[in-house]
Design a protein around this ligand. Structure first.
Ligand SMILES: CC(C)(COP(=O)(O)OP(=O)(O)OC[C@H]1O[C@@H](n2cnc3c(N)ncnc32)[C@H](O)[C@@H]1OP(=O)(O)O)[C@@H](O)C(=O)NCCC(=O)NCCS
Length: 148
């Protein structure tokens, strides 16, 4: 398994995968180039994430996705373990914001995140179309955090 940092000029090559976790190219482009992108390869590409610095010592996962056919094999968790180690000397807390979706919340909680706060109506206010996950409309953004 190898985790590599992706250069800015190569980031658009991964757009199809990023769009699985965040349906809007406009929203992705707001964080893609100010963030750092990491890709986990084991033979081929398995998982990807984008991390931003929001303020001194505060980092945020803006996008994380495992290639669908490789989900539930531990790659997402391995990527988060790598990220928390990578940023541990640079910051003190790692946030992630997500829809109120039990499977995704379960994933983050299994990676050591606990619930932090909620941004009301985030998905309604920031996307030009309704978003659904497992048939449920996403409305509020749920933030979780874990120490670095
Ligand atoms: C969320 C996501 C990145 C998880 O990656 P993954 O590689 O499949 O996750 P892992 O295999 O490392 O899962 C680790 C643990 O998280 C939990 N988990 C992961 N996916 C889950 C699911 N769909 N339902 C319930 N629990 C889940 C489980 O406890 C799992 O351990 P287990 O398989 O031993 O039970 C992946 O499902 C994905 O790409 N989803 C689509 C994009 C997305 O929603 N991204 C997040 C947006 S904020």
């Amino acid at each position: 398994m190898a985790i590599i940092k992706i250069k800015n000029e190569e980031k658009p090559l991964y757009m199809d995968l990023l769009l699985i976790a965040d349906e809007s190219v406009d929203m992705i482009e707001k964080y893609l180039y100010r963030g750092e992108m990491f890709a986990l390869y084991e033979d081929d590409l398995k998982a990807l994430c984008v991390i931003t610095q929001e303020e001194a010592g505060v980092y945020e996962i803006k996008n994380i996705v495992t290639v669908p056919k490789y989900q539930r094999k531990g790659y997402g968790k391995a990527l988060i373990a790598y990220i928390t180690d990578y940023y541990k000397d640079k910051g003190s807390v790692l946030y992630v914001g997500t829809g109120d979706c039990p499977s995704t919340l379960n994933f983050y909680e299994s990676c050591g995140f606990t619930r932090s706060h909620v941004v009301k109506n985030f998905f309604v206010d920031n996307y030009d179309h309704p978003m659904y996950e497992n048939g449920i409309q996403l409305v509020d953004m749920v933030y979780l955090k874990r120490p670095l």
